[in-house]
Design a protein around this ligand. Structure first.
Ligand SMILES: Nc1ncnc2c1ncn2[C@@H]1O[C@H](COP(=O)(O)OP(=O)(O)OP(=O)(O)O)[C@@H](O)[C@H]1O
Length: 776
């Protein structure tokens, strides 16, 4: 049988290129990926054997072996990774390794191709690049494989898949060595000159400990060979181990019992003690078990270092960055199922989390039973959207092992599991908030909005989650609602807040609405996150104290009743004094606001527009008009839009000046017309200015600016009526003809002009042809 040469599917070629070019700094992951494939193949064999006894009778061992082989001259070498798993037929070798069957691959590829190094690393980490990571360290890879005997395939034949890193094709041929494997797959990596460090067994055992001790529940053995000096005494000769077999040779199935070899080593120790021994060099070898430790989650947290957790997390959840925090615990579900679990908070959210929120489903809650992975789909008992990003491993002790999806779904354990994960997440957040302010800041950065979303979504845990929310205020950067209440002033019966989406807290803190509150020392929450205002209107109150939007009517400091009689008198005088201005402004502003009052919230600014209780704040109006532009609800909008009040500041000189002019107006009958026109304009600008200052839009910006222009003219002493010279040069007359030669110079320098010359020459020749044809 001749080798068959086949071309890689184009996606594979692209993926291999990305792997080779951009993952260089992560090249060590090849081993983790190949071990994880071997593990999957063993798992598949075991599961197939449940229904098809002939593939595995349960006696021979299921394991993974790794052997590094140096070339004779020591310059090059290869690593051979073998498993006794399900194996592949020649067709499977071709479809599994020569094509990419995964959905979403093309999307992934186009994403990865637009990114550099580290970013690609993250992407690929999330994607899992499997077999192709071989080419990070190998310039040639050979995969020998043979599936188990079955009724349909009673005489399987071992085949080899062979490919070089720089070729766009691969070969498949019958293994000239025959059926050396019996069953399973053997991958031989011919190492690149820059990857020869992996020929050292220490490097391999280091990597397996680092990345793979938790990625396989099957034993992993490493072939070790070393030279020792032993006493050269008769009868004590240790026979030399034969030299390593030729390429593609298979290591014998490792002895499950390593003890014998250790004994040899102790003999050597004794020998060393003898006086003047004759020594000779003896080559020794053994298969040593690498992943003897139980999986991390099954161990005692006391004996696990942070670094181990980090590495476990990275390997298990394929995330290249460390987790922000974790919680490792064991328990009993209450329905009698004992389990161990670790809840991890990743250090960042998926970039698309918020855009894809409506479809969010957790994909990293991994349910294991007795250390064997069962599912990460909890079906109906899935976590709520706000918590869907959490990464969890749960290992239950006594659910039936081969639970099907149906029985899983109806299992009480899953319902309890969901509650438990949420509970532990909140506990973890709370603990960090109490014990580690620095880390809590990081939590706020990544999960601040998520926690608020949770408080809105999850009514059962609303109080706990709300306690964990933090807000900027006019006085400090981050405050909890409880801290806010601790800081409230005597008599204060409202939690003051101001909301404007997309503004910075710094900008918000300069709003007219908090001028007086700020000057008097009251704290105001500054809400800039879209979910902030949703949360506040959802909560309505915290510990019995209602929230008060300071851009709305109804604001009370709470110490009004404490004012001295004298102050009340003063207020009454002011009301009386400004009555003419208030009445006049009410008429002027009747299309925009429902009322005009003296303000108790302004200090410096002359005026502001405040939404009535039933009206919309500028923030809400913006959201609504964005929605409204897509149709509907105009009537309500219009009606509620002027549910506003114009507040004026009686202490502002501008307002005092305006009062005086309005009073004069009443007395000076003769000049009334011009004067009234001018004042009308001032009032319009003042009202429009108040709207803008308060975050609203002016109803007609064109009119607004022509008024401003007129006032500017007046203050510059320029005639208000002097016309602007509006004459402009008109465009040339209509010309509908199409140029018969392309306009030179119109090609923006992209194509040189002489090319156009040639093109037009050809066009001319063609035209001549056409003419002569007609004449015929
Ligand atoms: N050691 C092996 N034994 C049997 N089949 C294997 C082995 N290694 C790979 N395969 C087959 O080749 C396929 C492709 O492997 P590859 O590593 O590229 O992707 P994957 O394992 O499916 O995905 P991922 O690496 O993201 O988990 C596997 O799905 C499996 O069917």
């Amino acid at each position: 049988e001749h080798p068959v040469k086949l071309n890689y599917q184009s996606d594979v070629a692209r993926l291999r290129k990305i792997v080779i070019n951009s993952l260089y700094s992560h090249k060590e992951i090849f081993l983790r990926e190949l071990i994880s494939n071997a593990n999957d193949a063993l798992e598949k064999l075991r599961i197939t054997a449940l229904t098809e006894k002939s593939v595995w009778d349960g006696t021979d061992s299921l394991n993974i072996t790794i052997k590094a082989v140096k070339d004779e001259d020591g310059t090059n070498g290869r690593i051979v990774i073998t498993d006794t798993g399900i194996g592949m037929s020649p067709q499977e070798l071709s479809t599994n390794l020569g094509t990419l069957a995964k959905s979403g691959t093309s999307d992934f590829l186009s994403l990865a191709e637009g990114q550099e190094g580290a970013a690609t690393g993250n992407l690929i980490g999330a994607f899992g690049l499997g077999f192709y990571s071989s080419f990070l360290v190998a310039d040639r890879v050979q995969v020998a494989s043979i599936p188990p005997k079955t009724d349909r395939n009673p005489n399987p034949v071992q085949h080899v898949f062979s490919s070089s890193a720089d070729e766009s094709s691969y070969e498949i041929f019958e293994d000239p060595r025959g059926n050396t494997l019996g069953r399973g797959t053997e991958i031989t990596l011919y190492l690149k000159p820059d990857s020869l460090e992996y020929l050292e067994t220490n490097a391999i055992s280091g990597l397996v400990n680092k990345h793979s001790s938790f990625s396989s529940s099957f034993p992993i053995y490493l072939f070790e060979r070393w030279t020792e000096e032993v006493a050269d005494e008769e009868g004590l000769n240790t026979p030399e181990v034969p030299e390593p077999s030729e390429a593609l040779n298979v290591p014998s199935t490792p002895d499950e019992d390593d003890e014998a070899i250790i004994e040899v080593a102790s003999e050597h120790d004794e020998a060393k003690e003898s006086v003047l021994p004759k020594v000779k060099n003896v080559t020794k070898e053994e298969w040593s078990r690498l992943n003897a430790q139980p999986p991390l989650w099954a161990r005692d947290p006391k004996n696990i270092s942070d670094q181990e957790y980090n590495l476990f997390y990275q390997t298990f959840f394929k995330d290249f960055s460390d987790p922000l925090a974790w919680h490792h615990f064991s328990g009993d579900s209450g329905s009698g199922v004992a389990f161990k679990a670790i809840v991890f908070l990743p250090s960042r959210l998926d970039a698309k989390f918020w855009q894809t929120l409506p479809e969010q489903k957790p994909k990293d809650v991994k349910l294991m039973v007795k250390r064997v992975f069962i599912t990460s789909d909890l079906g109906d008992d899935s976590l709520p959207k706000w918590a869907s990003w959490v990464k969890v491993v749960v290992d239950a002790e006594d659910l039936p092992l081969n639970v099907s999806r149906e029985t899983l779904q109806s299992n009480r354990f899953l319902k309890q599991l969901k509650q438990m994960i949420i509970k532990r997440m909140i506990q973890l957040f709370t603990k960090i908030s109490e014990e580690d302010p620095e880390k809590f800041e990081k939590i706020q950065e990544v999960y601040g909005s998520i926690i608020k979303l949770g408080a809105v979504e999850d009514s059962k845990n609303q109080a706990k989650l709300t306690s964990l929310t933090r807000f900027s205020t006019n006085q400090r950067n981050k405050t909890s609602l409880d801290q806010y209440l601790e800081n409230k002033k005597h008599g204060q019966k409202q939690i003051f807040y101001l909301a404007e989406i997309g503004k910075t807290p710094e900008l918000l803190s300069q709003s007219v609405f908090i001028e007086k509150l700020h000057a008097r020392g009251y704290e105001v929450l500054l809400l800039t996150d879209p979910v902030d205002e949703i949360l506040v209107s959802n909560l309505r109150q915290w510990k019995g104290i209602p929230f008060q939007d300071v851009a709305k009517a109804g604001l009370q400091f709470g110490d009004e009743g404490l004012d001295a009689e004298e102050e009340k008198e003063q207020q009454k005088d002011l009301d009386e004094k400004f009555k003419p201005l208030l009445d006049w402004l009410k008429l002027e502003a009747k299309d925009i606001v429902r009322n005009v009052v003296l303000s108790n919230r302004l200090v410096k600014s002359p005026c502001a527009v405040v939404a009535n209780i039933d009206g919309y704040t500028a923030n809400v109006q913006k959201i609504l008009s964005a929605q409204n532009s897509k149709g509907g609800r105009e009537g309500l909008m219009g009606q509620l839009a002027n549910a506003k009040t114009l507040e004026i500041n009686p202490r502002s000189p501008l307002i005092v000046g305006l009062l005086r002019r309005v009073e004069d107006l009443a007395t000076q009958e003769d000049e009334k017309n011009i004067e009234a026109e001018e004042l009308h304009e001032v009032a319009s600008i003042l009202i429009d200015g108040a709207l803008v200052r308060s975050g609203f839009e002016v109803p007609d910006s064109h009119r607004f600016f022509s008024r401003v222009d007129r006032v500017l003219r007046r203050s510059l002493g320029v005639s208000e009526t002097a016309p602007t010279d509006e004459s402009v040069k008109p465009a040339p007359p209509v010309d509908s003809s199409v140029p018969d030669t392309p306009v030179t110079g119109a090609n923006d320098g992209g194509i040189p002009d002489n090319v156009w010359d040639k093109v037009s020459l050809e066009i001319e020749e063609m035209e001549e042809d056409a003419v002569s044809h007609d004449e015929l």
